[in-house]
Design a protein around this ligand. Structure first.
Ligand code: ATP
Length: 243
C-alpha cells in the first residue's frame, strides 16, 4: 500500500504538488495520470525519498521511505532505464545491487529468469536494446521481492512486444497481491493495463476511481477522451496557464 497524505511540494517558481492525498491499494494495477507538468514525477520522487515534501507525507508499507531499513525489500521502482554503468555486465550490476542491499545471490538468478534476461546476463549494459535495458531496470526493481512496485513511464520507446510484456508483468505482479503504480502518457495502454486510476492536474487530485467508471463519468468513448475532458483546464501550456 502507498499512502499519500496532504502531500505538498513548493518550489520558488510555484507549487508542483498541492495538498495531494490518495491511496494505492494492493492487488490491482493503478494508473497514475496527468498532463505534462502535473506533478507525477515530483510525487513519485517524494514517495521514493528522493525529494523532501514541503508538507504532508508519503508512506510505503506504512513508513516514510527514509525510515525503511531495507528499502529494496519494500518498494521497487523503475524510473530511468539508463542508470546503469554502460560497461557493467547485466549480472554484475544486479549482483552489486544485491550485495549492497544485503540480498542473496539467488535473488539475482530469480530476477534474471523472471525478466527473460538469463541469456543476456554476460552482456555489457551498453550493448542492450532499450527493451532489454527496461527489463534490467525491472529486474533491479524486483530484486528485493518488494510488495510495492512503482513504474514511471515503463513503456516509453518500447516495441509492441515490450509493451505487452510490461502490461502482463504489471498485471501478474498485482495478481500476486502486490501494490503496482504505473505512470504513463499512453492512454490506450493505460486502459488495457490499469483497473484503477489516480489522475492529477496542477498538482491536485482530479480523479481516483476504477478505470471503467472514469471513462463513463467523463462521458468519453474511451480513456483518452475522458482524460482530455477532465484535464483540459490543467494543461500547462494553455493560455492563462500560469502556475
Ligand atoms: N526542481 C524543480 N525546481 C522547480 N520546479 C520544478 C522542479 N521539479 C519540477 N518542477 C516543476 O513542478 C511541476 C511538476 O513537474 P513534474 O515533473 O512533477 O510533472 P510531471 O507530471 O511528471 O510531468 P511530465 O508528464 O511532463 O513528466 C512542473 O511545473 C515543473 O516545472
Amino acid at each position: 500500500m502507498i499512502e499519500v497524505n496532504h502531500l505538498t511540494k513548493r518550489y520558488r517558481g510555484g507549487t508542483a504538488v498541492d495538498d495531494l492525498s490518495f491511496r494505492v491499494e494492493p492487488g490491482r494495477v493503478t494508473g497514475f495520470l496527468g498532463p505534462n507538468g502535473a506533478g507525477k514525477s515530483t510525487t513519485i520522487r517524494m514517495i521514493l525519498g528522493l525529494d523532501r515534501p514541503t508538507a504532508g507525507s508519503a508512506l510505503v508499507g506504512g513508513r516514510r521511505y527514509a525510515e525503511l531499513k531495507r528499502p529494496l525489500t519494500v518498494v521497487g521502482a523503475l524510473a530511468e532505464a539508463s542508470d546503469v554503468h554502460p560497461g557493467r555486465r547485466v549480472r554484475d550490476h544486479l549482483l552489486w545491487l544485491a550485495r549492497s542491499n544485503g540480498l542473496g545471490r539467488q535473488r539475482v538468478a530469480a530476477v534474471l529468469d523472471e525478466t527473460g534476461l538469463a541469456g543476456a546476463a554476460g552482456k555489457a549494459a551498453r550493448t542492450l536494446s532499450l527493451g532489454m535495458r527496461q527489463r534490467l531496470g525491472i529486474a533491479a526493481a524486483l530484486l528485493g521481492d518488494p510488495g510495492v512496485l512503482i513504474l514511471d513511464e515503463p513503456v516509453n520507446g518500447l516495441d509492441p512486444e515490450g509493451v505487452i510484456w510490461i502490461r502482463n508483468l504489471a498485471k501478474r505482479l498485482a495478481g500476486e497481491g502486490r501494490t503496482v503504480l504505473v505512470s504513463s502518457h499512453l492512454m490506450s495502454e493505460m486502459a488495457l493495463t490499469a483497473s484503477h486510476l489516480v489522475v492529477i492536474g496542477r498538482g491536485r487530485l482530479l480523479a481516483d476511481l476504477p478505470t471503467d467508471e472514469f471513462v463513463s463519468a467523463h462521458s468519453g468513448a474511451n480513456l483518452e477522451e475522458a482524460f482530455m475532458r477532465l484535464t483540459s483546464d490543467s494543461v500547462e501550456y494553455r493560455a492563462g496557464g500560469s502556475r
